[in-house]
Design a protein around this ligand. Structure first.
Ligand code: NCD
Length: 326
């Protein structure tokens, strides 16, 4: 059984959130609409809802993170959950016993949800298969495989600016090969029926047979950026590169970096996105990152409402599902 299935219960409800793959338009829309309704919480005098009052959420981070961990923490706190942050020194692999031992210890603290980031693809799924049935598991990024909450905050941000998905043209530029963000975003855009997805990168930074993901590959940003509505820039994931895949950062910027001139090829009202951390002068020019078309910081803000939505949906379904099976 793949991770498509383990995240849904018998009624097809989302009980873990491990990957966007295999979900339907209905699942994604439920998350987006719930996030939309939760967005206003941040504007209230008391930025809290009681939804997860009495629940304990554990952030289990085996890999570095700034935005993802903190926005998960804020999301949980705005839903009145108690939050435990565990930053565990990176291990080189999912070491069966030791990861399970960690899990058993945290389980013994009577937690209700694990938010997991791990350098190994499949780690969140592994945990979901081994935790006690009442615990919901959310994937906060596993290796190169998936980063589903990032994909949801990305499509949420796109939908707020460009709701007409069938006529939407999106360009994803940079290190597609090592990017879990790109993989999850491509799946989400395809499920939501986005008109066209282009991936723009040197050959060495595109996965083999990338077309099978439902995208058009392109090696020249002058063609790829033409008339798009959304430009998503990605960081060069040096920590995941083996050997020299690139000439130099300066050359990469010269050929692929998003400058004002290149952005002018896109539609005049195109938005510029980036999951961050951004590397100024490598994949993006500061004038674009800080410019009027950039929605990069809006993505961070939206990440809170989207994560609140995913937490309340999975935990709500989970509770119902475990009661039904009891
Ligand atoms: C991304 C990640 O960790 O996958 N960042 C994030 O979660 N906002 C992208 C990256 O590291 O480049």
């Amino acid at each position: 059984m793949s991770d498509y299935h383990i995240q849904l219960d018998r009624q097809d409800r989302l009980v873990h959130f491990l990957t966007v793959e295999g979900l339907t338009h209905r699942h994604l829309t439920e998350i987006l609409d719930t996030a939309e309704s939760l967005r206003g919480v941040a504007e209230r005098r008391i930025k809290k809802l009681p939804t997860l009052h009495g629940k304990t959420v554990v952030n289990l981070f085996f890999e570095a993170s700034t935005r993802t961990r903190t926005t998960f923490e804020l999301a949980a706190k705005r839903l009145s959950a108690d939050v435990l942050n565990l930053n565990i020194a990176t291990s080189s692999a999912v070491k069966g016993e030791s990861l399970l031992d960690t899990l058993r210890n945290i389980e013994a603290m009577q937690c209700d949800m694990f938010v997991v980031r791990h350098e190994q693809s499949g780690a969140a799924e592994f945990i979901a298969r081994h935790v006690k049935p009442h615990i919901a598991v959310l994937n906060a990024g596993d290796g190169r495989h998936a980063h589903p909450t990032q994909a949801m905050l990305d499509v949420f941000t796109i939908r707020r600016h460009k709701p007409d998905f069938p006529n939407l043209s999106v360009a994803i530029v940079g290190d597609i090969l090592h990017s879990r963000v790109a993989r999850s975003l491509i799946h989400a855009l395809n499920i939501l029926g986005a008109g066209e997805i282009r991936v723009i990168a040197p050959r060495t930074l595109l996965p083999a047979q990338v077309e099978t993901l439902g995208v058009h590959p392109c090696h020249d940003p002058r063609q790829g950026l033409r008339d798009v509505d959304v430009v998503v820039m990605l960081r060069l994931q040096r920590e995941r590169m083996e050997g020299a895949l690139l000439p130099s950062e300066a050359e990469f910027f010269q050929r692929y970096g998003l400058t004002e001139e290149r952005l002018a090829l896109a539609k005049p009202d195109a938005i510029v996105m980036h999951p961050a951390p951004i590397n100024r002068g490598v994949e993006i020019d500061s004038r674009v990152a800080d410019g009027p078309q950039s929605v990069i910081l809006e993505q961070v803000t939206n990440g809170i409402a989207v994560r609140m939505a995913i937490m309340s949906i999975t935990l709500g379904h989970h509770a119902r599902s475990t009661e039904e099976n009891a």
